[in-house]
Design a binder for this molecule. Structure first.
Ligand SMILES: Nc1ncnc2c1ncn2[C@@H]1O[C@H](COP(=O)(O)OP(=O)(O)O)[C@@H](O)[C@H]1O
Ligand SMILES: [Mg+2]
Length: 299
């Protein structure tokens, strides 16, 4: 069964999408079968992986997007999946083990314009739909918006783990407090549904520090983050496995260039990548694999 991970932080612009796209690509590169589910209506991961022209074209068939799962009870998860969306300029597949369930801007309609079915919250509907394809993947990664609205709830209800991309600054540390409280509240509120569906109870596995500029005095925010995590552990609010990942992702314009090229950093040529940022993502991914007990973590 797939390991399911929500990339979540209630702060925007911290690197959720770029970490997810790059770590997802690293996992596929290392031989794992990966599904990226884009639950952010901004559709950044979808546009990055499909490139704007193909994503624009797909918008003519709304039934191929996640929103349709909630509008049409007979819709299937497999109808919302783009196989191997990363293509080279000739249209050939570049990373065959990585698939995408894309978002469109209309995903935001889920908040107010799609009626809920009684006794079946959206997250339960999504959890059941996802089971159709779960065995096809080793990892399913959810790109979440910076809030706790319906799509984040769908991701969390299905997830075993939560990975928190963060920047090493004071506002991110404050935001982490809110995230921990909201997650605990969500788990309590959905307990009955979780027990009857047999869905996992998501735990924060780690905080991945992103876009760290050279010369940043990282030890000060690290100490603050660590003492907050220790306090949450004592209060039983996070699990013993929650920790800050030792490998940081450096700040680099390479990330923006990868978006322009429509490929993850790990697939960029040496000329396009100004520094070998891919190494940072590979280290993080290996750490995640080890933490999750993936037998071939060193692959
Ligand atoms: N390591 C990095 N170095 C420099 N810029 C980065 C890095 N990671 C992300 N960015 C940039 O920061 C912005 C926000 O990143 P993104 O992954 O979209 O965050 P989020 O999904 O949390 O909103 C984007 O413009 C992205 O290109
Ligand atoms: Mg994002």
């Amino acid at each position: 069964m797939a390991q399911k991970i929500s990339f979540l932080n209630i702060k925007g612009g911290v690197g959720k999408t770029s970490l997810l796209v790059n770590m997802g690509a690293c996992l596929a590169y290392m031989g794992r079968r990966v599904l990226i589910v884009d639950f952010d209506a901004q559709s950044n991961a979808s546009i990055w992986l499909m490139r704007l022209d193909r994503w624009n074209g797909l918008n003519k068939t709304p039934e191929k997007f996640l929103l349709n799962l909630f509008k049409d009870p007979s819709a299937k998860m497999s109808d919302c999946i783009q196989r191997s969306p990363i293509r080279d300029t000739d249209g050939d597949e570049m990373l065959p083990r990585l698939d995408l369930a894309p978002a469109s801007f209309t995903l935001m309609d889920l908040e107010h314009e799609v009626p809920q079915i009684e006794n079946k919250p959206f997250y339960r509907r999504f959890y059941e739909a996802l089971s159709e394809v779960e065995d096809d993947y080793d990892f399913i990664l959810f790109d979440c918006p910076p809030n706790f609205f319906y799509t984040t709830q769908c991701a969390l209800f299905a997830s075993d783990h939560v990975l928190v991309p963060s920047n090493p600054d004071a506002l991110s540390i404050i935001g982490f407090h809110l995230l921990v409280d909201k997650l605990a509240r969500f788990k309590t509120d959905t307990e009955t549904q979780r027990l009857s569906a047999g869905s996992p109870s998501p735990e924060i596995v780690g905080i991945a520090l992103n876009a760290v500029k050279p010369g940043t005095k990282i030890h000060v925010p690290l100490e603050r983050f660590n003492s907050q995590i220790d306090r949450f552990k004592t209060q039983g609010k996070v699990s013993e496995k929650t920790h800050i990942y030792p490998d940081l992702v450096r700040h680099s314009v390479t990330v923006g260039r990868a978006v322009m090229l429509g490929i993850p950093t790990v697939l960029m040529s040496k000329q396009d990548a100004s520094i070998n940022l891919a190494e940072d993502y590979i280290k993080l991914t290996k750490h995640l694999l080890e933490q999750l007990g993936d037998a071939e973590a060193e692959a």
